[in-house]
Design a protein around this ligand. Structure first.
Ligand SMILES: Cc1ncc(C[n+]2csc(CCOP(=O)(O)OP(=O)(O)O)c2C)c(N)n1
Ligand SMILES: CC(=O)[C@@H](O)[C@H](O)COP(=O)(O)O
Ligand SMILES: [Mg+2]
Length: 631
């Protein structure tokens, strides 16, 4: 691709040399570059297309890295990466060994913090500001936060604190009326009202002009006039949520007008107090398919730029299986309600919303509230299902313990993206929920392997009456397996492969069993018959039953695509000791898995079929009880 201006931009200082019309052309070149790249690699398209002019204006006015620009969530950092030395590396976006789709200080001094979860920028920005002041460091702090991320409790806690402290913090509210789906809630409604008074800024400038035009008088008369001016200002301006909280408010500004943005940022740069700059942008800007349907193009796999057609394997994913099963159960039991924290499409709840709009709640980016809300609904006699990604459930562990588990409420946690997660990297791995949930008294944890088993387990969970977690990866379901249709017996699993002659048993659960089955196939072809056992339950576990099963083998391999430390293998190792049987445990070691495909990550940690088979081959002669993560 030939880019006139983009080819000249090696770093943010080059942006400052361009005229406004050149910057507009540069914006279009960046748009084309992002579109071409993301259509191939997959990634967060729509948000990035929407912030190109905003990013250019920020780098034009501020001096990164001395000025610290923090991107909330960080999924909209592509233009920033392209402008800060990663233009040529951009085609490696989200690929193993390539650049991350999120800010990463290890990649560039222009990336202030590692992010991926929403609503953290204001707290971190405020802390940074306070630290810089105490250490007398120069520079401004700018936090760019979307209207979706601003619905998160943490962001509101930080606004409360920052407004009170009156620190020199610049908040850029990037308001596009969208979270992943249309933004929801009273705040979202409030932002639309603020935006619809688009004359606010002009009116304000007009009033400023009139007030500035009042001549200065000396002595007491001056005091009176100044007080009058202040009174007029407060009447005109301060009827605004942000100003009530202690912020100067500027906006709404057209987020695609670079000249206007630059002018405003130059003004607020001189302020020494907390300020909110409200910028209106269009998600998906410049790519008609994404403008029309920003939800589909929020986080998108590879797609055809011309037709907009998105790649799909055509196979049933765990998310789809959950979605269909929930729909079916909900049609029979009107107590079933569904809650999402701004992940309606990702968690497969869109069909539920369409079918049962009165029983569906999108609470915004508010996982803690989602779980506590479910506790309230359950207390009222309903059967709430909270569908969350494993990584975002981390936010709500206290609510799971305090509000759901202690009172033993019938809340179902549908935990999607559990296990190793492709593409997004460290911040989005679903590898910590097992240790966290396993430790909670009364919690049941299930892992389906097939679509039918998903349905069976969901029905069982809804009937059970206590807290149940159903966890599954971002993957396609295993094909139908008759063992997975057997009745569920708490603590017990099923054999997916039982040869009657094997000395080796591979033990795992859920979607990861595909690797175990393939490994068994490989080994059998080499004359090492291996059986495969699907735990189904990660909690409770019937240790006596497991002991009896294990005693029939010489080597038992406990395999999981979550953290080994605190994983289910560790629990089994601690409770089951069978004379003469070699027990090996392998999971994700003590590190944060980076961005790569799920298959690459499984291979990295020795959890794919080839490595599992290799582990078994090496097995003879090792120590009897092995923790792979400590080995
Ligand atoms: C704690 C948490 N929950 C959910 C998400 C998933 N998520 C990523 S981006 C996003 C929407 C953010 O909306 P907004 O801040 O307005 O940014 P936009 O995509 O509109 O640019 C959501 C819900 C997340 N990253 N973190
Ligand atoms: C930025 C973010 O947190 C989400 O957009 C996340 O990347 C979605 O992941 P999926 O693409 O797996 O739904
Ligand atoms: Mg938004």
């Amino acid at each position: 691709m030939n880019f006139t201006y983009l080819s000249q931009v090696e770093g943010p200082e080059d942006v400052k040399r361009l005229s406004f019309s050149q910057l507009s052309e540069l914006a279009e070149e960046i748009r084309e570059y992002i579109l071409a790249t993301v259509s191939r690699t997959g990634g967060h398209l729509a948000s990035n297309l929407g912030v190109i002019e905003l990013t250019l204006a920020l780098h034009y006015v501020f001096e990164s890295p001395k000025d610290r620009i923090i991107w909330d969530v960080g999924h909209q950092c592509y233009p920033h990466k392209i402008l800060t030395g990663r233009r040529d590396a951009f085609p490696t976006l989200r690929q193993r060994g390539g650049i991350s789709g999120f800010p990463k200080p290890s990649e560039s001094e222009h990336d202030v913090v590692e992010t991926g979860h929403a609503s953290t920028s204001l707290s971190i920005g405020l802390g940074l500001r306070m630290g810089m002041e105490l250490l007398r460091r120069e520079g401004k702090v700018v936090a760019v936060i979307g209207d979706g991320a601003l619905t998160g409790g943490m962001a509101l806690e930080a606004l409360n604190h920052a407004g009170h402290l009156k620190k020199d913090l610049i908040i850029v509210l990037n308001d596009n009326d969208m979270s992943i789906s249309p933004n929801v809630g009273a705040l979202s409604y409030y932002f639309s009202r603020l935006s619809s008074t688009s004359s606010y800024q002009h009116f304000r400038e007009w009033v400023d002009g009139i007030i500035a035009g009042i001549p200065h008088y000396g002595g007491r008369l001056m005091d009176m006039v100044e007080r009058l001016k202040a009174g007029v200002k407060s009447l005109v301006y301060e009827q605004n949520l942000f100003s009530v909280l202690g912020f100067e408010y500027v906006g709404p500004i057209d987020g695609h007008r670079i000249d206007r943005l630059v002018q405003v940022f130059q003004d607020v740069r001189e302020m020494q107090r907390p300020v909110v700059v409200h910028v209106k942008t269009r998600k998906g800007k410049g790519y008609p398919y994404a403008e029309e349907d920003p939800t589909t193009y929020h986080g998108v796999p590879s797609f055809c730029v011309d037709s907009g057609e998105v790649a799909s394997s055509g196979k049933v994913t765990f998310t789809q299986a959950f979605s269909q099963a929930l729909l079916c159960e909900a049609s029979k039991d009107e107590r079933i309600t569904a809650i999402t924290a701004a992940m309606e499409t990702g968690t497969g709840l869109a069909p539920f919303r369409q079918a049962f709009p009165d029983r569906f709640y999108d609470v915004g980016i508010a996982e803690q509230h989602a779980v506590a809300l479910a506790a309230g609904l359950a207390r009222a006699g309903l059967r709430p299902v909270v569908a969350l990604y494993s990584t975002f459930l981390q936010r709500a562990i206290d609510q799971v313990i305090h509000d759901v588990a202690i009172p033993k409420l019938p809340v179902v946690l549908a935990i999607d993206r559990a296990g190793l997660v492709p593409g997004d990297g460290e911040t989005h791995q679903g590898i910590f929920d097992v240790p966290m949930l396993k430790a909670v008294p009364g919690m049941t944890i299930l892992m389906p392997a097939t679509a039918d088993e998903m349905h069976l387990m969901l029905r069982w969970a809804l009937e059970r009456g206590g807290p149940v977690a159903l966890r599954y990866p971002k993957d396609v379901c295993l094909p139908p397996l008759s063992a997975c249709e057997e009745e569920l017996i708490p603590g017990r699993g099923v054999f997916l492969r039982e040869t009657g002659e094997a000395h080796v048993l591979l033990v795992g659960a859920g979607g990861h069993l595909r690797e175990l089955l393939s490994a068994a196939e490989l080994l059998s072809g080499e004359g090492i018959p291996a059986d495969v056992y699907h735990l189904r339950f990660l909690k409770p576990l019937d240790f006596v039953h497991l002991g009896k099963i294990f005693s029939r083998y010489r080597g038992v391999y406990l395999l999981e695509d979550g953290v080994a430390s605190g994983g289910v293998g560790e629990t089994i190792l601690a409770a089951v000791d069978v004379e003469g049987v070699r027990l090996v445990h392998k999971g994700v070691p003590d590190e944060f898995p980076t961005h790569a495909t799920r298959q690459e990550l499984l291979a990295d940690y020795g959890l794919d079929a080839a490595h599992i088979a290799e582990l078994v081959r090496e097995g003879v002669g090792g120590s009897r009880r092995l923790h792979s993560h400590s080995a």
